[in-house]
Design a binder for this molecule. Structure first.
Ligand code: DGL
Length: 283
């Protein structure tokens, strides 16, 4: 069985790359829904439907675990699919399959706390943290998932979200570094002026943004650490495999890349970040 990794486009490759490093012998199938990217400005119902179709495609490719390497899909669709679609679909398939997201692992890394962790009761020291900034697509920001999930763990932490409506599309279509720098700088400035200072920690809450993490790093003050979603997700998936040894991730070390868009090589930005061009097949 293989591990499926899903995103609207190339952003999820940032997570996929870390997963491949962490599980080198596993078989992977990556699916980019580039015919429908970007998801970030779409209505919720459409995001749910597109995400369901992506998961079905990956299960049909022999995956037993699908990781939604897309904050927009994970924020808007994951819970709905887990509750209303997955149980019936598992019965139909007659095998064990699951869909996991990347938001909770990111929040665990940002707050240093899993859900229902009660450090005061256990006498643990709580790290001082006042403000977390989240850069994301408009759909992720509107879902308020980061605010809700941080609040479950740390009611003393304020979350300020900065929707970046144009950024995922620009990265997807290979915009120049100068254009990207101007947009990243403007969003960092907007978030800082809304908070009145820099956040204590910043989350890149869209997997596309990890491709330009260095631009966010440059725009934010050195005292604001960036939470890296690919690392946080790889840690969480390793813990998942420890708890669920029945989800065997394959041993062939195969990597397939599918797109609902135009097959062939992806843009130069992706090749630079990946270290080599990636060739996609038609999904
Ligand atoms: N990379 C995705 C995310 O993490 C999707 C961006 C988009 O399609 O708008 O949100």
């Amino acid at each position: 069985m293989s591990i499926g990794v899903f995103d609207s486009g190339v952003g999820g490759l940032t997570v996929h790359h870390k997963l491949v490093e962490r599980f080198p012998t596993a078989d992977f199938v990556y699916l980019a829904d580039q015919a429908n990217t970007p998801y970030g400005g779409r209505p919720g119902e459409e995001i749910v439907e597109l995400t369901r179709a992506g998961c079905e495609r990956l299960f049909a490719e022999g995956c037993n675990l699908v990781i939604l390497a897309c904050n927009t899909a994970a924020s808007v669709a994951l819970r709905r699919l887990q509750q209303t679609w997955l149980p019936g679909y598992r019965r139909e398939l007659g095998r064990k399959v699951n869909v996991l997201g990347i938001v909770v692992p990111t929040i665990e890394a940002a707050t240093g706390m899993p859900w229902a962790h009660e450090p005061e009761l256990r006498g643990d020291k709580i790290e001082k943290l006042d403000i977390v900034g989240v850069f994301s697509t408009p759909a992720t920001a509107a879902s308020r998932v980061y605010e809700i999930e941080v609040d479950k763990r740390r009611q003393d932490v304020a979350v300020f979200s900065e929707p970046c409506p144009e950024l995922a599309r620009m990265i997807e279509t290979g915009a120049s570094r100068d254009e990207l720098t101007a947009v990243v700088d403007a969003h960092v400035k907007a978030l800082k002026s809304r908070i009145g200072r820099a956040p204590d920690r910043a989350i890149l809450g869209c997997t596309h943004y990890e491709i330009v993490a260095d631009l966010f790093r440059q725009a934010l003050p050195p005292g604001t650490p960036l939470i890296h979603q690919p690392d946080a997700t790889a840690d969480a998936i390793a813990r998942y495999f420890d708890r669920h040894p029945d989800y065997e991730p394959g041993q062939g070390g195969t990597r397939r890349f599918l797109t609902t868009g135009e097959p062939g090589a992806q843009n130069g930005l992706v090749a630079t970040f990946w270290g080599a061009p990636i060739h996609f097949e038609k999904a």
